[in-house]
Design a protein around this ligand. Structure first.
Ligand code: HEC
Ligand code: HEC
Ligand code: HEC
Ligand code: HEC
Length: 492
């Protein structure tokens, strides 16, 4: 029986070989060697799949500068793009922990762990748990060594526990492939639990072409105990969602449900806050045009590419703009210029709304600061109004973080990004109104414009003493932001 099955699969292989051999997209030559089920080392995979290995290694190489307007992350100008300078209000809103100290645009996959080692140490303060969506060893390490001996271990000590050669290994063949790489898979425990929470079973091959990326390009919580110390491995706030509908409303409800989600204290307001990280999968899969059309992350970020006489899925994962929109041409007949204009059309509108929502929310934060000072000085504050102002502020803040942390500047789901930011602006407006009413009650008038004093938050940050870089700031593409906040009030 076993022999028969072997014979059958062997003949199937021969047939496949002959068939592919005659078609223009030949599979790459099968070199000798076997991949073990726990093979983490891409170099070993590279002995069998040299073209894929070379392609994967290219995420190490900087990309041509000048091609992307909003994601100038790892380009051959070698400039580090600082998110806090691009959107200065973030410096105020994130002040109180690592994200408010150093927060850079992403580089290629090759640098996933390297960047953690190079960034201001405040960013990896929670410890080994930070390796959750970085090293392929994380699951094994977490399961073997647990909370005290790995997840809570100081970051560098946790990295030192990994096999020496592969300590800086980021997204690897092992993460996305079974030993036979024609089968895609996912390996991360947090995604497995997230999929259970949304009752998603047996994803199709096309769905796996997105889920392979959703292992890391999702938002997660680093759960805390009552002292805000790390209490477990990362988890996804998905329990209110379903497949194709992991909405911001459900995420926020989860994040505000108990103290274990409160990861840091915002300096300006003194509030304990949850956070949202790179929710590419959540925004994209919330009924975007492309998701509804069955398009996957890999369709746009890993298009077929020719290397010699072979065609392979491009493993040099990057911005489609930096790859000359080759991916789009698989489905769209329009010109590169037309498609570029369409991307910018969405991104400009998103960026403009991000400014409105971000500065609106930052204004509320400063009003809370003033109100808290008045309260400390003995002013009476109506508790019901205060609670409403705080609730609205949280709703605005988490929406601002959601769209800012999402890396496509709206492209992955233009209408949804607009909806979320529109709501953020409304929540911030409501909060500001209530805060002004409370301040008036305390005999204070914050004036027409609230001074944000951004220079205080953006200059001399962290061990490296990072400063605001004015040339990196994104101006409002439509010039409207100046009607809401003058340069003086920004205080940069
Ligand atoms: C194991 C985790 C992991 C997986 C799996 C993963 N990524 Fe990433 N990705 C990252 C991290 C971390 C970064 C940022 C690296 C840095 O800045 O050092 C990143 C960066 C990127 C970038 C920016 C690259 C650039 O040139 O600026 C893109 C685009 C991207 N990922 C897309 C994808 C897609 C598409 C998939 C699925 C095919 C995927 N990623 C799978 C963790 C992952
Ligand atoms: C229809 C095509 C398309 C699909 C599908 C798609 N993306 Fe993107 N993605 C883009 C475009 C266009 C950008 C904007 C790039 C830019 O501004 O340079 C982008 C940006 C990104 C970035 C930031 C890139 C950078 O250089 O910093 C990441 C990360 C990313 N996408 C991940 C994903 C993930 C994960 C998925 C699936 C959940 C996905 N994308 C689905 C087209 C797509
Ligand atoms: C972030 C996820 C990811 C990583 C990391 C990754 N791959 Fe892939 N790989 C894919 C996806 C997605 C496909 C397309 C598969 C499909 O459509 O079924 C693919 C396809 C392949 C294929 C099938 C032929 C082709 O080109 O479509 C081979 C072989 C392969 N990868 C080898 C590797 C090797 C070797 C490594 C490590 C050096 C690697 N992959 C790393 C996601 C990944
Ligand atoms: C796998 C196929 C596929 C790929 C790859 C793809 N698209 Fe699409 N795209 C579609 C489909 C299907 C639609 C739905 C409308 C239609 O049928 O034309 C669509 C719609 C669009 C729209 C109109 C969106 C709207 O809101 O109506 C734009 C703009 C677009 N794509 C841009 C891009 C860009 C830019 C890329 C590359 C980064 C890309 N697409 C990659 C299949 C694809």
């Amino acid at each position: 029986m076993k022999q028969k099955a072997l014979f059958l699969s062997a003949s199937l292989l021969v047939v496949l070989f002959l068939w592919y051999g005659c078609s223009p997209s030949k599979p790459e030559p099968f070199l000798t060697g076997e991949i073990g089920p726990k093979e983490y080392d891409p170099e070993v995979w590279g002995k069998v799949y040299p073209l894929h290995y070379e392609s994967w290694l290219k995420t190490k190489t900087p990309k041509p500068a000048g091609k992307s307007k909003y994601k100038k992350g790892w380009d051959d100008d070698l400039i580090v793009y600082d998110k806090l300078s691009e959107f200065p209000f973030l410096g105020l809103l994130y002040n109180g922990w690592g994200f408010g100290i150093e927060y850079n645009e992403p580089r290629g996959h090759y640098y996933a762990v390297t960047d953690q080692l190079e960034i201001d140490p405040s960013r990896v303060a929670p410890g080994g748990v930070c390796l959750g969506c970085k090293t392929p060893f994380h699951r094994e390490m977490s399961e073997t060594h647990g909370l005290d001996n790995y997840l809570k271990k100081p970051f560098r000590e946790a990295v030192a526990m990994l096999p020496e050669k592969l300590q800086e290994l980021g997204p690897a063949c092992y993460d996305c492939h079974l030993p036979d790489p024609m089968s895609l898979t996912t390996k991360k425990a947090h995604l497995e639990n997230g999929l259970l929470a949304i009752a998603k079973r047996e994803p199709s091959r096309q769905e796996l072409r997105s889920l392979a990326c959703a292992q890391c390009h999702v938002t997660y919580i680093v759960p805390r105990d009552e002292q805000m110390k790390v209490a477990g491995d990362i988890l996804l706030p998905w329990r209110n969602g379903t497949w194709g509908d992991i909405a911001i409303e459900g995420i926020i409800e989860d994040l505000l449900s108990d103290y274990s989600r409160l990861e840091w204290t915002q300096k300006v307001t003194g509030f304990k806050m949850p956070f949202i990280r790179h929710p590419e999968f959540e925004l994209f899969s919330k009924a975007s045009v492309h998701f509804k059309a069955g398009v996957a992350c890999a369709d746009c970020h890993m298009p077929f590419t020719r290397t010699g006489s072979y065609k392979i899925s491009d493993h040099d994962v990057t911005s489609p703009l930096k790859a000359d929109l080759r991916a789009c041409a698989q489905c769209h007949t329009q010109s590169k210029e037309w498609l570029t204009e369409r991307i910018h059309h969405t991104q400009d509108r998103t960026a403009s709304l991000i400014l409105r929502a971000g500065y609106g929310t930052a204004t509320c934060a400063k009003l809370f600061e003033a109100l808290h000072a008045a309260r400390d000085g003995g002013a009476a504050v109506d508790q019901a109004l205060y609670d409403a102002a705080k609730d609205n502020y949280m709703q605005a803040f988490l929406r601002v973080v959601f769209i800012n942390a999402e890396n496509s500047t709206g492209f992955h789901n233009p209408a949804e990004a607009g909806r979320v930011l529109g709501d953020a602006i409304a929540f911030a407006g409501r909060s500001e109104g209530l805060l002004r009413q409370l301040l008036a009650g305390a005999g204070l008038d914050p004036g027409l414009e609230v001074a944000l004093e951004l220079g205080n938050y953006l200059n001399n940050r962290g061990e490296a003493g990072l400063n605001f870089k004015p040339e990196q700031e994104f101006p409002d593409p439509f010039g409207n932001q100046q009607h809401f906040l003058s340069d003086e009030a920004k205080g940069l």
